[in-house]
Design a protein around this ligand. Sequence first.
Ligand code: MN
Length: 325
Amino acid sequence: MRIITLEEHYATGALMASQRRNMQQGSSMPIGWDPSKFMNRLLDIGDSRITEMDDAGIDVQVLSSVGVEDIENEEKALELACSSNDYLALAIKKHPARFGGFAILPMSTPQKAADELERTVKEYGFKGAMILGHSRGRYLDDRFFWPVLERAQDLDVPLYLHPAVPPDAVVKASYVGNYSGEVANILAGPGWGWHIDTATHILRIILSGAFDTYPRLQLIIGHLGEALPFMMPRTDHMLPAKITKLKRPVGAYLRENVNYTVSGFNYTASFLDLFLQVGSDRIMFSTDYPIWSMKEAHDFLDRLPISPGDKERIAHSNAERLLQI
Ligand code: MN
């Protein structure tokens, strides 16, 4: 069975340096995490990665990096996004059967971000873009960003919404509490906040009517739906079209405009909840490498109590259709 993975990360020294805010939270990575090993894996998009993919039975990684959303200087953000995309394109060119790519975009200049998306899709065959959550406190429901949504729809490529540390005001109000700073960091980040912020972000995009304006736009989120499946029936019930003034129920957008990946959330009960809410046509495999192990993720996929047909869809055919890969 062909295995395609969609949330697989790389970095460059320049990208790491630009992401101090999110990398700070890297200090709160899972127990047993070896920072130097992690860095070597993150920086390699060549032979060592491919050897590891072979060992784990992974055929294709669609690569992505942390973005430039945190960079205040617009020119610097554009320059770093373009040079990183060029660098990724070279690695893909060397191993076209094994790697695909998501662009990073200078979201603070949406027209330029849309142009960079188009350039990387048309010149390099990129599969879409990865957006690192909010852009310095602004979310995609803001019409400011809609040129990017429009271009993604026109190019027929998805946008992958990746978690980021919530804005400082949110961290201060919701996550700092009667516990250590380390605990607060994890709570605001990988232990809760990253995911909740992404779930809220998706709901904000839906409620803004962006999908009524761009009905063919497809988004992807990881981590088994960032806690949305659990809340889906409730949110759907509490926000009917009568109140939202949208063309469809909230749940319809979540099932028709959003796609979901596993991203190393190898949790059977959480998977089954997503599976029951959105069905096997909307779920794609991914491992969140190098944070999580490709091998463990593949074992999880093998063990899932679903039919062989559903497994095929999740392992490769949904990605083949959505990404034309
Ligand atoms: Mn990730």
